[in-house]
Design a protein around this ligand. Structure first.
Ligand code: COA
Length: 480
């Protein structure tokens, strides 16, 4: 279904932005204005990233002094190129940017990324206003200024000046902070979270969060959308885009406190706005507000790898009673419910437990629990119609056998019963040290989210529950 964007400024619906951003994310001809031979310059790094991309396109370096850069013929100015240009990256000092942007408009370039800083983020509003006037009414899309650009991991195109290759996956990340966006690339790799695209929006002169949500909503490579924002320019368009998106949208909104709001103003020159209003609006639109970047990754990993929870009733299985209680508290504190076991499930689990314990929810399998206890009790929970999601936990209590805990979960994943038969999510938690490393790696690689904290696990489960609720709401609306 096409999502027509309501433009509050113009009071009308526009064509789906997904169409207009296609040549932005998949350009066939790209020019770098400010390309340099000097390897420490950003214009050099941007050109090199394009060159090492495994992506089919023609690249044009632009520099008035050079004949050739990195083996490519160099043009003195954009107008010297005869072909149509889909995307221009600008990496020249701010005062020269208006002149280059004018050339882009004259040449009918489709898209521009302005890497250069020195605009509204440092209070230079006049210069940014000049850019706005240049593109006003022109059929051109502009990212930035003050942006790192983007990495299109799903198509192997790197249109940024930032070093590093993101792990491929289905999370599209949008960041208002350049440095944080760059950090997120490495954090995502570390956390085994794969991304489809990662983009810095900078000062949002033109391309804004709502445009990108609209694009990612129809991007087949994207399953989950994550944003770091400090402020939105057009609240109505932002909320409409989240509402129209049929994928989970995770939002980290900075500037919650008054001191944080002050820091926002000096970072990107934007106003953080009322935090309560943001929270309510994001919730109402069907988005999920995350407290920080790690929580965004935790939820994204769960949403990308697991089915959403159809309700908030959670079954907990652990080999350490203390961890079971912590998980229960964390679930209940986040609006999830840990109900007593049904008679049927009690009986199934009782059969595999040692005589010294009675099954309960949380189920304590006792410290020496191996494959069989984990597998049988997890299966019993998944089969229980009163349970919507399962958390399986392992504590290295001396007797514990982490590989068997992992094996039990992996068995169910490999049987594909989780997603196809039970349609219920499984999340894992661990408490231990180095001896858990292989296990954590195996589970993360298999798409099973595993967290070293009860709170993080419960928050990720909350994300799955909220997504389940969003889908149910959407289905109801479609039926009405
Ligand atoms: N057309 C094409 N190239 C031009 C030009 C023009 N009209 N005018 C100058 N150039 C060339 C320069 O000669 C230079 O090439 P050279 O190395 O061969 O001399 C190149 O463009 C870059 O210009 P320079 O003056 O050396 O600038 P710089 O590379 O030191 O800095 C920026 C330019 C954009 C990187 C810098 O101003 C800036 O904004 N840095 C911060 C970027 C940033 O952090 N963005 C946000 C990230 S989140």
């Amino acid at each position: 279904m096409d999502v027509h964007r309501y433009n509050a400024k113009k009071n009308e619906c526009e064509l789906p932005m997904s169409h207009s951003l296609t040549s932005f994310f998949k350009p066939k001809t790209i020019a770098v204005v400010g390309a340099s031979k000097n390897s420490i310059k950003i214009g050099h790094a941007a050109l090199k990233n394009l060159l090492i991309s495994d992506y089919d396109c023609t690249i044009y370096p632009i520099n008035p002094k050079e004949q050739q850069i990195l083996g490519l013929k160099c043009h003195k100015k954009l107008s010297d190129i005869k072909r149509h240009i889909d995307l221009v990256l600008i990496s020249v000092p701010a005062p020269i940017v208006p002149e280059i942007l004018r050339e882009c408009v004259q040449k009918k370039v489709d898209n521009v990324i302005i890497i250069s800083s020195g605009f509204s983020e440092i209070g230079n509003h006049e210069l940014e206003e000049e850019l706005r006037q240049i593109i006003d009414h022109a059929p051109i899309r502009v990212l930035g200024p003050n942006t790192m650009g983007y990495k299109n991991a799903s198509d192997n195109l790197d249109a940024s000046f930032v070093f590093g290759v993101p792990r491929k996956g289905n999370l599209a990340l949008i960041s208002q902070s350049g440095a944080l966006g760059i950090g997120m690339i490495y954090l995502a790799n570390n956390e085994y979270v794969g991304v489809s695209k990662i983009i810095g929006v900078g000062n949002k002169l033109d391309i804004d969060d709502d445009d990108l949500i609209d694009y990612f909503a129809t991007d087949p490579a994207t399953k989950v959308i994550g944003l770091y924002i400090e402020a939105v320019k057009d609240g109505r368009a932002f909320m409409n885009s989240i509402k129209a998106c049929h994928k989970p949208v995770l939002v980290v909104k900075a500037g919650r406190s008054s001191a944080g709001a002050r820091a926002t103003a000096s970072h990107t020159g934007s106003m953080a706005g009322s935090d309560t209003i943001y929270s309510a609006a994001i919730k109402q639109a069907g988005g999920i507000r995350c407290r920080d970047i790690v929580e965004l990754f935790d939820m994204a990993r769960a949403l990308a790898g697991q089915p959403p929870a159809q309700g908030n009733r959670i079954g907990i299985i652990t080999n350490g009673g203390g961890l079971g209680i912590l998980l229960t508290d964390a679930c209940e504190a986040n609006g999830l419910h840990v109900p007593p076991l049904s008679k049927t499930t009690y009986k199934k689990i009782d059969k595999v437990l040692p005589d010294i314990v009675n099954p309960n929810n949380p189920v304590d399998l006792v410290a020496d629990a191996g494959f069989y206890r984990y597998e049988a009790s997890t299966r019993a929970m998944l089969e229980d119609p009163n349970i919507d999601g399962v958390i399986v936990a392992s504590v290295h209590g001396g007797y514990a056998r982490p590989q068997e805990f992992t094996g039990a979960i992996l068995k169910m994943i490999r049987e594909r019963k989780l997603h196809e038969e039970y349609k219920k999510p499984i999340l894992a938690t661990w408490v231990g040290g180095k001896e858990f490393e292989d296990m954590v790696f195996d589970l993360k690689s298999a798409g099973v989210p595993i967290y070293p904290s009860s709170w993080r696990t419960a928050r990720a489960m909350l994300g799955l529950y909220l997504e389940g609720k969003r889908i149910q709401r959407e289905e109801k609306q479609e039926q009405a």
